[in-house]
Structures are given as C-alpha cells and as structure tokens.
Design a protein around this ligand. Sequence first.
Ligand code: SF4
Length: 566
Amino acid sequence: MTVERENFPVDVLFVGAGPANLCAALRLVQIIQAHNQDVEQGSKQGGKLEEVSIALIEKGEEIGAHAFSGAVLDPVALQKLVPDFKEKGCPLEGEVSSDAVYYLTPTSQFKLPITPPPLNNHGNYVISLAKFNRWLGRLVAETEKVDIFPGFAGTELLFEGESIIGVRTGDKGIDADGSHKSNFEPGYDITARVTVLGDGPRGNLTKTLFNKTNAYGTVPLLYETGVKEIFEMPQGRVQPGTVIHTMGYPLKKDTFGGTFIYGMTNNMLAVGLVVACDYHDPYLDPHLELQKLKTHPFIKKLLEGGKSAYYGGKTLAAGGYYSIPRIAFPGALVVGDAAGLLNAQRLKGIHLAMLSGMAAAENIFSCLLNDDFSVEKLRPYQQQILNGPVGQELFKVRNFHQAMSKGLYKGMFHAGLQFITGGRGLKDPLRVPEDFKGMKTIEQHYKRQIAPPEHGLKFDNTFLVDKLTDVYRSGAKHEEKQPSHLLIRDQKICIEQCLPRYGAPCTRFCPAQVYELEKNEASGEQFIKVNFSNCVHCKTCDIKDPFENITWVCPEGGGGPAYTVC
Ligand code: SF4
C-alpha cells in the first residue's frame, strides 16, 4: 500500500533528546543569538543568521522518559553551557560529599584505603538523568527557536545518493498484522541540511549507518548493561551526594562490572549494577545479580528499612577511544553514546555526550555561516572530538575496557600498566571481539551440561524484587496492538541451536522479562515468546544474543519506559 507522507523540511534536525542533542540544540541557539547580537551592534562583520529552522525529535513520550543513567555528573560541560545552572534550577541530587570504593567478598567487605583517582568524584554531582534531561529540554523550549516533537521515533534514515538528508518518523496506528487501524497516521519525512544522530547506545539509526558504511573504529563498539533500583529510605538516612562503588561480589572474577550506590534528595538511594556485555556465563542475569547484591551484609545494612520504588535498565557504550566510529558523514553527525563516547574507567559519559553536542553545534554554526554543509565542512567535528577534550580524556584510558574484559585480576594488572604508561599498557591497541562472541556455551563455561543454578532468593517486592515487578516500576508500556519491535530472525535458531547450547540466554540477559521460553500446547513445540510491551529499550538483546538473532527496531513513538527519577 502506498502511503503519502508529509515532508517537513528544516535546516537542522536533532534525533534523540539525550544530553548530547539537548546541549547541541541549546548551544546552537546560543551561538546564533550571540552572533546576531554582535552583528546588530556592529562588533562583527557579515549578515545575521535569520530564520534558521531547528527541530528535535524524541521517541519517548516526553523528554527524559527514556533517560537512564548512574548518574554522577562531571559538570565541565554544564559550566560552559549554562554557567548559572544552579540559579536556573538545575535538578542536582547533591554535590558529591563523600566517596568510597569497597571490594566485596560473598560475606564481607574491604574498603580501599584511598579512592582510586578515576573514581574520585570531588566536584561532581549526583543527578537523575531523567530529571536533568527534562530540565535541559525546558531550557531548549524556552528559547522558542527549536520545534520539539516528543513521541516521534526516527525509524529510517533518508538518503539522496550517499548523503543523509533526514529521517522518516515511524507510522502510528499499525496493527500487529501490519494493517492500518482507524487511527493510522503516516510518519513524516523530516529533511534537513544536517541531521544530528543522538539515538543512544546501539541506536537503531546509527547501527544501520555504521553497518552500511563500515564506519567502525579499530575495536568494535563495546557495551555494558546497567540495571538500577531507587530505594525510598526512612527520613534522615540518606546523605545526598554520597557515592559508593563496589567491585567483586556478586560478579565472578571472569566478569567485568561493578556496582554503585548514590545518595539522592528526598531520602532516595540509588543502587545499581553494571556488567560488561562480553561476559561468558550463559546463565548470568543482570537483574538477578542486582538482587543478590542487596543480600550482601554490607549493602543490606545500607538499604535496611528502605523500599525499592523505581527501576530501569540501559546499556552504556564502553569501548572508549579506539571504538569511536566515523562520526561525520555527508549530511549527518553522530553525538554522545551513539558515538561511543563514555569513559568506562570513570563510569561517566554524560559530560562527554554534552561536550560532543556542543562541538556539533559549533560545527553546524560554521556551516550555517558559510552556507555550506558539505562533508568537508562537517568533517572538522570528527577531528574536534578525537583531538579535543573528549578525545584527550578517552585517549588516556583507551585500552581500559578491553583490559578488564580479561577478568578482574588480569584486568587490574593491565589497567595498572596502562595507568603508568598513559593508557598504552602492554599492547596498544588491545583488540577484543564484539560482545556477542564473548558468551560461552553451558558446556564450556560449567564444564558440563547443567540447569541454571538455583538462586534461593525470596522476593518480597519491597527489598528483593522480581523482574516483572521491577518492569512495572520502570513504567514501561507500549501500544499492544502493533508489530513487535523485537525481531527474531529465526525461531529455529533459538530452539535448535541456542537453547541446547546456551539455555536461551535472552530469557536472562533481558532486564525486563521480554523473552520467555514457552511450549505450544497443541504441537508441544517450544518457542521464544516476546512480551515486547515490557521492553525498557536497553538494547542488550541486540548486542548480546550469541547468534545475533535479535534485532531491536523502533516501536511506535511514545512507547517504552517512563523514567521520572532514574
Ligand atoms: Fe533490553 Fe532487548 Fe529486553 Fe528490550 S527486549 S529490555 S532492548 S534486552
């Protein structure tokens, strides 16, 4: 069926309202306004930039709804972008007042005598990314220079020859069988002189673009999965700005990851766990590991009397400097997590995302001034990222994540050498395969074919929470009558190859219980059921499936989690 689509042309299109693109939009407006003022006052030669049309689309129901992070913010970018951020009501949960790092054994803990410099958070702020993005979104809206469209998912890149000329937003009102419902609304073709892709870690548009153009860096884009609960604690028990990191239990020595506990305002305490997506154990379940963490005597005491109230999950792009792909294309720039900009050693990416957005804005301003959006004029953005503050920070830890994927002890040895040699270490670059290749079969990992080990946890859904209850607390929902946005290429691979060898790991690595192994009552055949409505858009399945049998595509705009304090 041919669908007529409206074309919506703009000069600059931002896709995804994460911190990178929100900062990009705000910075662009700031520079244009400053330029026009200078021209008006005669302190600058040339013409004013009038009527620059700027649009920003976001797949979440509102800005911030899909924003999820640790999160401790290094304010380096915020201070440049909004120097009076405190006066402007930036929602800070607390300036970091104390930080500590512990190593956990199954029954006790050892505090490191000093906090390793990368985890020293002096001068940083605990934030809720969901609140922070809403605030940034309000600043962008207040400029009245950017058309903001929440609930619009970019589902397809539009090309003219090799050049990206915009995105198509998803159709709305398509039934599960593909037919048009009475409320059918075709998506728009939003065309732009430049499109800035900030679709997050493993973004659907950027994944397509990187694959199409073979744009990957020296090492693949690598990821970590993070899950987090927010606890409501008794009055007076939480010091906002407290930061605790732990290593060790519950993760095994061959699995890189760690945990964090952050004190927030309103007596809330965030407790989260991050695990590198190259883990080997087919029975590992990040959500379950988070529950195990809470049973550790040290963590249990911290959380005593509290009630788990919110939940979320997300991947982080942790490959670092060598995994940065090409990020300047004819007609498009890539920013933030989509470009792999995260310092895995510091467990921080928000400031790098913000800096990348600001660099993109400065590059676009120069293109507007010269009335030239050719790739030659967009390319300096890539150089600015690689050689400017973002690249400088990432270069110093360029082999960190790869080293830690060798296991805790070997990883610490490599990381130590890297610290002494300015990031070089024994091998530079240290190459590792894509995350999905990391998983071992049950036989390889456990040396025999066994069922998933019993965890013995009793969920009361106050302190220890089962996955489904946590999904409910993420606010995740999708219009049920639509095609699934989780595409299983071949169910036969799931049942005939993945199940016997890996034990259907999608039923565990998904932090939202989307995948379930079921049996057809009539035929007795097993199949993987996809509860797509639970999906919190973390993208782990797209990254970790050992057969690359699952692809995440954008659901109807507005669906997904509804984070408010995560
Ligand atoms: Fe994450 Fe995939 Fe599960 Fe959605 S279905 S929550 S993207 S693992």
